[in-house]
Design a protein around this ligand. Structure first.
Ligand SMILES: Nc1nc2c(c(=O)[nH]1)N[C@H]1C(S)=C(S)[C@@H](COP(=O)(O)OP(=O)(O)OC[C@H]3O[C@@H](n4cnc5c(=O)[nH]c(N)nc54)[C@H](O)[C@@H]3O)O[C@H]1N2
Ligand SMILES: Nc1nc2c(c(=O)[nH]1)N[C@H]1C(S)=C(S)[C@@H](COP(=O)(O)OP(=O)(O)OC[C@H]3O[C@@H](n4cnc5c(=O)[nH]c(N)nc54)[C@H](O)[C@@H]3O)O[C@H]1N2
Ligand code: SF4
Ligand SMILES: [Mo]
Length: 726
């Protein structure tokens, strides 16, 4: 018998008749890979490939991007507007006019009865930027509610808040090219190989060439941690303590960049006084990293010619999320590692266009990083749109995580969800259910009619997704890239831009404000509004963006090139031009394990699925690899509880319970379990989600549970329901 090579047949790809390749950008994660979709003679997307000369991905795609074109034909899509009088009645198909008339009429009725802010809008990080800008016009300029925010509060709010506190503005200062220049990298709470596979590939390639040390801070042994030189298995929620201790060692040993601190930062004295209290011995007791390792890492980082930090949800989703970001920024400020090749504080963004919503949606302010609190900003935008500035609120309204409690207390009576699925993604599902039942009126605007939150809607508006539409998105490294239209949305479904424009016509100010129909006309407005601002995009156009395979802001009108980095001149956006070093006292305020609930509950993601699986749950090549809700559990802990590998277990918290399949692995420590959050009626039935005081982001990664084994058959019934086989 022959083994090995001789026996292998060459791989053959099924012949596909591609007539045209259409340029797009991936609509899943924020890496921002450029994709070409192969379209056949009937205009159907039939295959895809990475764009070879796109700097971001250089021809690579991950498993989600490769099969994204299959979404055009997935079950569960909304193909007509739906309406019902009473919640839980059967939905009936409706015309667009009826659905939009009803929506506008109900918003107006409720606003008249309970005040303008009684209607809330919760949007997303997954629309196209031109759509975000248009939704902002509609929400701020026409509907006039102040309670308008996005699911980015679940995701990037801590990064935004931390950037603003340290540097005076949002906007990640670095780029992927920094991996090619760095001499040391720390990754905090970020599982790049699974969550940003192509950024990971860029990092790994750079590391193979230059062999810089990789330090991973994560309570789990993630795939990234497996490849690290040093893995710091931190006690959950205590990164701030580690960061204070690293700064302590750097200052105590004189390893800081004095010149940079003097010219480019303020607040050093207070910062130094605070970190003096966090010597490695004291810190080790709280954060669980031994004192010598803390010292070694501090020296390695500070002595590197240039060092960089990246982070994702392990930092942001904590009651100390914003402080964690500030701590990372301060580490880079005291070592002079901002705005230089290989030296940066780079938050790895989550959703494909979480950056676009921060820049242009007006969610927490006004477009182009303008704020409601600034009268000049209100005037500029009102003049540009042609409305009275008094129409705008004078300060920011509620964050997404405050909107839901305000529904509970009756302050908010109507809710419009745009491309977000809180029934699965918010903590404490039972509470969210009760909350949504209190609404007088709810609208869901989603690409999928079978999205769980739609159970509670009175009106459902079917939307196009990804390349069924057209426009730009901004990725983690501030790169604005283009999605071109591949095919129309299915049935009667419409692009979100069209839906916003039609709804605007039903409000008084919608007659004053111009709502262009094409994405490139909307882009022209954004370009105009961006002139001279930090996020200037006036030197870009859809054509230039496609030609360059994406351009990084700022790029002013006369600029010849885009900008790889921010703050390279050492000037920041606080009034004095300096970055702030902010002291961060640590107070333990999470729900920690105790005798009744002895395990940390950690949650996150797997590579195959995206969020609440409305999309990836229906793509064969994703769902088949990760079909069931499961839990990573340490074998030693399991043995003591009599729980076996591949058996079922019940997780119980103070909120509720969930049943999961047990995967025994040393990936998690003895007192922790990890559950992917992709499945409905699973981990978010038990999670708590205490809020960060600055960013209002929930601590999805820290709460406490107890665990017991469950009889096999009873469990299978529960998990099958959660896995919803499509
Ligand atoms: N395949 C896939 N990719 C995605 C997504 C997806 O759903 N699927 N979603 C996208 C989005 S929106 C986001 S926000 C990103 C998220 O990307 P990541 O943040 O990389 O992913 P998570 O799995 O949520 O969490 C990362 C790690 O945080 C660790 N962690 C938990 N607690 C702590 C702590 O106290 N300190 C530290 N240092 N670490 C901790 C967890 O153990 C986990 O390994 O992924 C994006 N990419
Ligand atoms: N326990 C736990 N919970 C978490 C997290 C965690 O780590 N642990 N992570 C949190 C994070 S970081 C995030 S970002 C959130 C994500 O939470 P969600 O935003 O609620 O989850 P998604 O499934 O991404 O929801 C997006 C919806 O938009 C729809 N959609 C996609 N494209 C379009 C479009 O172009 N137009 C319209 N109208 N609809 C579209 C999709 O079908 C889907 O229903 O979850 C959070 N929840
Ligand atoms: S890494 Fe992110 S952007 Fe790139 S193909 Fe995968 S999901 Fe899409
Ligand atoms: Mo996210």
């Amino acid at each position: 018998m022959l083994f090995g090579r001789n026996q292998k047949k060459p791989i053959t790809l099924p012949e596909k008749k591609v007539e045209e390749w259409v340029y797009t950008t991936c609509g899943y994660c924020s890496t921002g890979c450029a994709i070409e979709v192969g379209v056949d003679s009937e205009g159907r997307g039939i295959t895809a490939r990475g764009v070879a000369d796109a700097d971001v991905n250089r021809g690579k795609l991950c498993i989600k991007g490769i099969f994204e074109y299959e979404l055009f034909n997935t079950p569960g899509r909304g193909t007509a507007p739906l309406m019902r009088e009473r919640r839980f009645d059967d939905f009936k198909e409706a015309s667009w006019d009826d659905a939009l008339d009803k929506t506008a009429a109900e918003f107006k009725r409720i606003q008249e009865k309970y005040g303008p802010d009684s209607v809330a809008i919760v949007s997303t990080g997954q629309l196209i930027t031109e759509e975000f800008y248009t939704l902002g016009k509609l929400a701020r300029g026409c509907i006039g509610t102040n309670n308008y925010d996005g699911n980015t509060t679940l995701c990037m709010a801590s990064a935004v808040s931390g950037y603003k506190r340290s540097f005076g503005s949002d906007g990640p200062p670095g780029c992927y090219d920094d991996f090619s220049h760095t001499d040391c990298l720390i990754a905090f709470g970020s599982n790049l190989p699974e969550q940003h596979p192509v950024i990971y590939w860029r990092m790994r390639e750079a590391r193979e060439k230059r062999n810089f040390p990789l330090i991973v801070v994560d309570p789990r042994v993630t795939m990234l941690a497996q490849f690290a030189d040093i893995h710091l298995a931190i006690t959950p929620g205590t990164d701030v303590v580690l960061l204070n201790a690293l700064a302590h060692v750097i200052l105590a040993e004189g390893l800081e960049d004095r010149a940079y601190i003097e010219t480019s930062t303020s607040g050093f004295a207070e910062f130094e006084a605070l970190v003096a209290q966090y010597d490695p011995v004291t810190a080790a007791k709280i954060c669980g990293i031994d004192e010598d390792t803390i010292r070694n890492v501090a020296r390695l980082y500070a002595k590197a010619n240039q060092a960089m930090s990246i982070w994702t949800m392990g930092i942001n989703q904590s009651t100390h999320g914003s402080d964690g970001v500030v701590g990372i920024n301060s580490l880079n400020l005291i070592t002079g590692n901002i705005g230089k090749p290989g030296g940066t504080s780079l938050s790895i963004t989550g959703q494909c266009n979480a950056m676009g919503t921060r820049e242009w949606s007006s969610c927490s302010g006004l477009p182009g990083y303008r704020v409601l609190e600034n009268p000049e900003h209100r005037q500029e935008v009102a003049d540009f749109w042609g409305i009275d500035p008094e129409f705008f609120p004078k300060q920011r309204g509620m964050a997404q995580t405050d909107i839901f409690p305000a529904i509970e207390t009756g302050q908010i009576k109507a809710l419009w969800l745009v491309a977000t699925n809180p029934m699965t993604s918010m903590p404490n599902t039972a509470r969210i259910r009760k909350t949504l039942e209190r609404l007088e009126f709810m609208v869901v605007q989603d690409a999928y009619a079978d999205v769980e939150s739609n159970e509670y809607a009175h009106v459902y508006l079917p939307a196009g997704l990804w390349a069924e539409k057209e426009g730009v998105m901004t990725n983690t490294e501030r790169r604005v890239n283009l999605i071109k239209n591949v095919c129309p949305p299915p049935g009667e479904a419409k692009a979100d831009l069209w839906i916003f424009n039609q709804l605007a016509k039903r409000f008084d100010n919608g007659k004053l404000i111009n709502f262009p129909e094409s994405a490139s006309d909307v882009f022209d407005e954004m370009r105009e509004l961006s002139k001279g601002r930090f996020l200037d995009i006036s030197g870009m156009s859809h054509e230039k963006i496609e030609q360059s395979r994406g351009l990084q802001w700022p790029m002013g009108e006369t600029a010849e090139e885009d900008s790889a980095r921010l703050y390279s001149d050492g000037k920041f956006n606080h009034a004095d031009g300096k970055a702030k070093l902010i002291p961060l006292p640590y107070i333990e305020n999470n729900e920690c394990p105790d005798d009744d609930y002895p395990f940390w509950l950690n949650s996150g993601r797997v590579v195959e699925h995206f969020h609440t699986r409305t999309r990836t749950g229906k793509v064969g090549n994703q769902n088949k690899f990760s079909p069931t809700p499961y839990m990573e559990m340490n074998p030693d802990a399991a043995r003591e509880l009599g729980i076996e590998h591949m058996s079922y277990a019940r997780l119980t918290s103070r909120r509720g319970d969930a049943v999961v399949l047990v995967q025994l692995t040393q990936r998690v420590p003895y007192n922790m379990v990890f559950v992917p959050f992709h499945f409905h009626e699973c981990v978010n039935r038990v999670s708590l989600g205490l809020l960060d005081p600055h960013s209002r982001q929930p601590a999805f990664k820290q709460s406490a549970v107890r665990i017991e084994s469950v009889e096999q058959q009873a469990a299978a019934a529960v998990t099958n329901r959660a896995a919803r086989s499509f």
